[in-house]
Design a protein around this ligand. Sequence first.
Ligand code: SF4
Ligand code: SF4
Length: 89
Amino acid sequence: MEVDVTRKIPRIEIDHSRCTVPFLCAKCVRTCPQAVFLVDSVKVERFKETDPREPGSFKLGTESRFKCTGCNECVDVCPVDAITITWPQ
Ligand code: SF4
Ligand code: SF4
């Protein structure tokens, strides 16, 4: 994949107090055409499955933030208004 390193990259902020069960929701993950988001487990216990229904057990990350085009589709699809996209000046 070719990446234009001169391109400005939007800032993506996730309000984790609103996005509490991202593994169950994952609407933004499925919607983003650039595959920017990743859901990762936060609570890890030996020999136990992490419960996706438990708030805070998973966290939404923006590992591929550099690929964001600022289309705002994730913002529109989020049911709890947890995502904010802003552009650097
Ligand atoms: S603004 Fe568009 S490209 Fe950027 S994270 Fe949201 S859905 Fe993906
Ligand atoms: S759509 Fe909103 S609530 Fe759902 S996982 Fe994404 S940021 Fe969290």
